[in-house]
Structures are given as C-alpha cells and as structure tokens.
Design a protein around this ligand. Structure first.
Ligand SMILES: Nc1nc2c(ncn2[C@@H]2O[C@H](COP(=O)(O)OP(=O)(O)O)[C@@H](O)[C@H]2O)c(=O)[nH]1
Ligand SMILES: [Mg+2]
Length: 402
C-alpha cells in the first residue's frame, strides 16, 4: 500500500513529507531505505495490543510508545500539480508516474489562502482552497480521460461491430493504474452505461466514468495545511462544506516537534495532543517556537494533523488493518523471545494466507493453518484478518527471518 501526497505547488507537500518521514523514534528492523528522495517511510499510529494482552512488548519492525504502536508505511511526495499538468505542463508527466502507484491520496491545500493557483505567494486569504481542490481533481480526471479517450470512437465502433464488451478494453487501457475489470463493470452499472453500446456514450458520460473511477481508484482526503496562519480556521470550515474528509494540518509545526523530539528537547509521539519539555535549558527562541506551536496548533486543533491525515488515509480510505504475527502463540513472541515483534499494515479483507505471504513466500507455500493467539483456535488460509489479530502461522516450510 502506498499513499501519495498531492497538491499544487507551495502548499506544504514536501514539509508534510519531511515531517511524516522524519524518524524521531528509532526502529530496530527498518524495513527499507529511501529508494528515491520522493519515496519514504512514515508511520501509522494505532493502539497496540500489548496492553490488552498484558505483556511488555519488544517491537522490531515498528515502535511501541506506552501502548501506542507506530508502524512504517510508504508515502510518496508527488511533484506539484498545476492547471494543464495532464497535458504535460509543469512537471506533468513526472507527477503522473509518481501518482500511478499510489492507492490513496492526501491532498494538501493551503488553508491560509496565501498561495495562488500556480503556487505563488499572495496575500493571506485571497485564494480559495476549495477551488484548488477542484483544479487538482480536474487535472487527475483529464489525465485519466486522456488514457481512456485515445482513439475512442474507432474502438467503440469496433467493439459494437464485433460484439465485444468495452469492459476488457477499458481495463487494458487502465491497467497501469491498477483499475481492473471488476471495478469498471461495477462503475458502468452504477452509471447506467451499457458496456456493449459504447458508441452511444457522449463526452459527459466518459467524464462521469472517469470521475467515478478516480474516486474508487484514488480515494482522497484533504489536509488543510498552514492551519496555524490567520483566517485558516474559516477556510477549514468552508472546505468541510464541500469535501468529505478534511484534516486541519500544520506540517511545519509537526516538523518542528519531531525535530525537537529527535534532539531530546521534548517528549512527543507523532499524533499526540501535546508535548512535554524534557530538557531544562532551552534557548529563548526554542521556548518561543514551542509555545507558538502549542497555542496556534495544538490548543487550536488538538494535534498538528499530519499523523491524523496519514492514519485516516490508511485506516479510513484504504480500510487497512494491523496484524501481529508471532512464532510462539502463548508467549506472543518470535524465536528470540521478542514479544509482539512485528506489526503489519494490511489491506482490509486480507487473509491469514496473505499475512503468511507478507512474512515470507516459503511460509505461504507450505501454509497449513494459523492459530489465533487469543483463542487458540485454528484458522484456515482463507480466514479474513481482523484488526489487531495476533496469529501464529503454521507451515510445512519455515521462513528465514531477519
Ligand atoms: N505557516 C505555515 N507554513 C508552512 C506550513 N507547511 C509548509 N509551510 C511553508 O510553505 C512553503 C512551501 O512548502 P513546501 O513544503 O516546499 O511546499 P510544496 O511545494 O507543496 O512541497 C514553505 O515556505 C514552508 O515553510 C505550515 O504548516 N504552516
Ligand atoms: Mg515540494
């Protein structure tokens, strides 16, 4: 699973990405190093099962801070989108390539209204972020439209003449986006477009199809960033009138808190409502900066919003769940005695076999059954994982860990 950070230039995407991927808590087994500067690991934040199970855990692939589990997830900082990007303007084609791989989008807007449509700095409040949301969505739609509509009339006619469904052809065109036949069939049905009569579809029909496919394939939420600036609160409210999920956000504040925590000035777990100063000789500028974050962000909104946006993208939009594989189902440990060593973020609907596959292909190939550590019950490979499941995978082949 991969979440993309999108938006027009200068809204704070890179600041969001830097804050989200800054490691202010060390992880023992770090899952991957940066492949390119735009792709990195952030965390999702979830209540760990350690408290419920009454154990003190020793996480390896993730972190547990007093019962809060931070689990690495992938994020991609997509190049800024401007009007015309779909036809190659700006860094058009680059953003499309980065976007292709994303399963969901965090759409960052400038809630202070202080950047124009091209990302130039303007007077605070003079730009409407709702218009920016539409601009970016429109670019995404035009891009998908471009993929679908190429040589459309001829293909549609040919399909009707040969009596072949448009579903397969659309799926082929959209395979790069990972949109399969099932999604296309459902969407056509919902829009009452006949798959075997594509000649009758007009441009409006095609645009509706595109929009619906985008919403399914790239579900998104709005991170209303720069919420610390004057007037942002009003624009957060107006965004809430038109957008489904709006998370007020202050990426710069989150970056500051994570850095301060990394340097031992404060105690702060990403997503916390507050921080605690632990170093007693802060410089006056440090004290002032932290005080501002507290007043303008934490007290005003309850959090910086960066962690909340990521959690909402994974658990809300993508309906992800967390599973804890163990090798000893009574001690809840691995072979080396690490308790609840790993936590995996998985697609909603994943099975016990999917979990085995995620750990090691050998484990999946020799899959016999899984054991639910809570109940001791045996589960088959087709068992659908529930959030917080702790499972031992029993396999005829052993996986080599580490
Ligand atoms: N006040 C304020 N400024 C921010 C915030 N996040 C980013 N910025 C500033 O917005 C400008 C653009 O940020 P950047 O991350 O480079 O934007 P990008 O072009 O979307 O990647 C920079 O000057 C940041 O310091 C925020 O939460 N609050
Ligand atoms: Mg940037």
């Amino acid at each position: 699973m991969l979440v993309g950070i999108v938006g027009k230039p200068n809204v704070g995407k890179s600041t969001f990405f830097s804050a989200a991927t800054l490691k202010n808590v060390p992880i023992a087994d770090y899952p991957f190093t940066t492949i390119n500067p735009n792709l990195g690991m952030g965390y999702v934040r979830t209540r760990c099962v350690c408290k419920e199970m009454g154990v003190i855990d020793t996480p390896r692939n993730s972190v547990c801070n007093d019962g809060i589990r931070l689990i690495p997830v992938k994020l991609v900082d997509v190049a800024g989108l401007v009007s015309g990007a779909a036809s190659g303007r700006g860094r058009g084609n680059q953003f499309l390539d980065e976007l292709r791989q994303a399963d969901a989008l965090i759409h960052v807007v400038d809630a202070s209204g202080g950047t124009d449509e091209e990302g130039r700095k303007v007077e605070t409040g003079s730009n409407d972020p709702v218009a920016d949301v539409r601009m970016v969505e429109n670019e995404l739609d035009l891009w998908i439209f471009g993929i679908i509509s190429r040589d459309w009339e001829r293909s549609a006619r040919l399909a009707e003449q040969t009596g072949s469904s448009m579903v397969a052809q659309l799926a082929q065109r959209l395979s790069g986006l990972g949109i399969g036949e099932g999604t296309i069939e459902d969407t056509l049905l919902r829009l009452k477009l006949k798959a075997d009569k594509p000649v009758g579809w007009n441009e409006g029909d095609l645009m509706n199809l595109v929009r619906a496919l985008r919403e399914t394939n790239k579900p998104s939420l709005i991170a209303a960033n720069k919420a610390d600036l004057p007037g942002a609160q009003e624009r957060v409210e107006s965004l809430r009138k038109t957008e489904k999920t709006v998370v007020p956000c202050a990426a710069e504040a989150e970056l500051l808190l994570r850095r301060a925590s990394e340097h031992g000035l404060i105690r702060y777990t990403p997503g916390d409502r507050s921080f605690e100063v632990v170093k007693d000789d802060l410089t006056p500028p440090q004290t002032r900066a932290l005080q501002l974050v507290k007043e303008k962000v934490l007290d005003a909104y309850g959090a910086t919003g960066v962690q909340q946006a990521i959690d909402q993208a994974y658990f809300g939009l993508l309906k992800a769940i967390v599973a804890y594989p163990v090798e000893d189902e009574t001690r809840l440990s691995d072979k080396n005695g690490n308790v609840l060593p790993d936590a995996y973020v998985m697609n909603g609907g994943s099975t016990a076999l999917d979990l085995a596959r995620k750990i090691h292909s050998d484990l999946a190939q020799g899959f016999l059954y899984a054991i639910d550590a809570r109940t001791g019950m045996r589960l088959s490979g087709g068992y659908t994982l529930k959030n917080g499941d702790i499972l031992k995978i029993v396999s005829s082949r052993s996986a080599k860990h580490g």
